[in-house]
Ligand binder design. Structure first.
Ligand SMILES: Nc1ncnc2c1ncn2[C@@H]1O[C@H](COP(=O)(O)OP(=O)(O)OP(=O)(O)O)[C@@H](O)[C@H]1O
Ligand SMILES: N[C@@H](CCO)C(=O)O
Length: 311
């Protein structure tokens, strides 16, 4: 085998109450990466499509190359590879764009090498790439993109990643206002300290959300989409955030939060039927403030990243 192409899905990190510890993957969008063996050692990013010329080709900066290099270093391998990246996700949107690139690259490269690593053991390499892209090696985008479904990162030291149950019929709608927010900027507005009161509220909601997923209790899932740690600070960076939240709940969403570091907002609903009303409600808010908004809706991706083609 000389070449493998893989797909990795977009993700919603945090899921409101689970800052840096919860995320899920969606079916609607993702990145594709082809990796080809080459005779000489070293990695080369050969082409990047769909980024309007904005992403770096340097192997120390592109998340595809950083992730593969971390894997090769672990193996003490000098294998040479060419990387071809097709971006399917908007940059700086909050849909885990840098994570999808890293994960697709790793899944392709791992297959090319005869799968020396189990899928879940690729995670630390993808986290190394996140550190380069966002300044923090958080796993709540890379873990669901790699493994699919809802994922809990119970601990980072050592890494303890747990797949959660995905209720039948749970549907996600994403609302992406037309501006970019860098993850590093969106992290810089957060506070280092959390009060005891807020810690209690947040823990209750994480427990409620996880229970709601396993019990397929949609009302409990909706009640638990509450974030008192990051959302109050980040919402100020997203025009129309609270108006949108009210409008989409009125249109049947179980709840709404910021997807990852924003500015995309996610809603969860029971079934697909509510999606159009949710999209219309958000559209009205953004029309009134004169800002464009793109909308997507999708089932939860339970498969994670996968191989598209091998030659
Ligand atoms: N293949 C890539 N290589 C290097 N940088 C990338 C790559 N893909 C995206 N990025 C950059 O990574 C940075 C981190 O943002 P990213 O796009 O991951 O955040 P996001 O989509 O806002 O998601 P989230 O908030 O959920 O992490 C952005 O500046 C983006 O341009
Ligand atoms: N947990 C991360 C996800 C965004 O990449 C954050 O909220 O900053």
């Amino acid at each position: 085998m000389k070449s493998v192409k893989a797909f990795a899905p977009a993700t919603v990190a945090n899921v409101s109450c689970g800052f840096d510890i919860l995320g899920f993957a969606i079916d609607a969008m993702g990145d594709e990466v082809e990796v080809r063996l080459k005779d000489e050692p070293g990695l080369v990013v050969v082409s990047i499509e769909g980024d309007e010329g904005r992403l770096p080709y340097e192997v120390e900066k592109n998340t595809c190359a950083v992730a593969i290099q971390a894997m090769l270093d672990e193996m003490d391998s000098q294998v040479g590879m060419e990387i071809y990246l097709k971006k399917g996700l908007p940059l700086g949107s909050g849909m885990g764009s840098s994570a999808a690139s890293a994960v697709a690259a790793l899944v392709a490269a791992n297959r090319l090498l005869g799968e020396p690593f189990e899928k879940k053991n690729l995670l630390p390499f993808a986290m190394a790439a996140e550190k380069v892209a966002c300044g923090a090696g958080h796993a709540d985008n890379v873990a669901p993109s790699l493994l699919g479904g809802f994922v809990l990162i119970r601990d980072y030291h050592p890494l303890d990643v747990i797949k959660l149950h995905v209720p039948h019929g749970l549907h996600c709608t994403l609302l992406h206002p037309h501006f970019e927010l860098k993850t590093s900027d969106s992290r810089s507005v957060l506070r280092d300290n959390v009060s005891l009161k807020h810690s209690t509220i947040q823990s209750g909601n994480v427990a409620g959300l996880v229970t709601g997923l396993f019990q397929e209790d949609f009302e409990l899932i909706g009640r638990s989409l509450r974030d008192v740690i990051a959302e109050p600070y980040r919402a100020t960076l997203i025009p129309g955030f609270y108006e949108t939240k009210e409008a989409v709940k009125g249109a049947g969403a179980l709840g709404m939060g910021i997807s990852g570091s924003g500015p995309t907002m996610f809603t969860l609903s029971k079934g697909e039927e509510k999606s159009q009303a949710i999209i219309n409600a958000a559209q009205q808010v953004y029309d009134s403030i004169g800002l464009g908004v793109d909308s997507y809706h999708s089932a939860i991706n339970t498969r994670g990243a996968y191989i598209l083609e091998e030659k």
